[in-house]
Design a protein around this ligand. Structure first.
Ligand code: HEC
Length: 185
């Protein structure tokens, strides 16, 4: 191989191998993406609750929460998931490492310790994952995730869409789950 070919190959490979994502960059992107998601979903739930009440809002969430999450992911050039140990939507069930991390946080909450604002993990391909704990920090969440009356129209609406629903019985300060943000650029 001559020198020119070597230089050409070196240039091409430097384009192909992306620089690893720094911790600083991952924290700023993870924080921005999770804040944007909370603002979007929280805003939509609030507007719908006021205009149409909880039963219609459950329907709204079941139809739109995942696509709104994908929309924010696209806007922030990340991949975003909401995960929980006691999930409502089966798509949001935590497994593997994320389940273990939620179990660790759950123990901390039960011991009265405060949770970190986030945790980070490096991925094998040079990316980063940003995990943000989500607490029940608003009474409004309890309307649909607290102790909701058996047989009420709201319970019926939730059960008919999510027969395996585990996301009830929460109280203020409980760990509801996490937002996971994957940052690869
Ligand atoms: C009108 C009822 C309603 C209210 C109010 C509500 N949720 Fe939910 N929540 C749902 C429904 C329905 C789902 C399942 C659909 C989805 O979002 O994927 C859900 C899913 C979630 C999930 C994803 C994990 C899972 O269980 O599937 C999280 C996290 C969550 N809610 C947190 C909250 C928080 C925090 C609040 C208060 C700020 C809140 N919710 C208020 C109905 C509600």
């Amino acid at each position: 191989m001559n020198r020119k070919t070597l230089i050409a190959l070196a240039c091409i490979s430097s384009f192909l191998v992306a620089a690893p994502v720094s911790e600083e960059h991952a924290i700023s992107k993870g924080a921005a993406a999770s804040a944007a998601l909370l603002q979007k979903l929280g805003g939509e739930v609030k507007t719908n609750m006021q205009a149409n009440g909880p039963v219609k809002t459950v329907e709204f969430c079941s139809l739109n929460a995942l696509s709104l999450t994908d929309q924010i992911a696209k806007e922030t050039k990340t991949q975003i998931k909401r995960l929980s140990l006691k999930n409502r939507n089966p798509v949001n069930a935590a497994a593997g490492e994320e389940k273990a991390l939620l179990e660790k946080w759950e123990k901390m909450v039960q011991n009265g310790q405060s949770l970190p604002s986030h945790e980070l993990k490096k991925t094998a391909d040079g990316g980063m994952v940003y995990y943000k704990p989500l607490l029940i920090n608003n009474e409004a969440c309890l309307k649909c995730h607290g102790n909701i009356a058996e047989g009420s129209p709201l319970t019926q609406a939730i059960r008919s869409t999510y027969p395996e629903d585990k996301a009830v019985g929460y109280k203020m300060g409980d760990l509801r789950g996490m937002i996971e943000v994957k940052i690869s650029q």
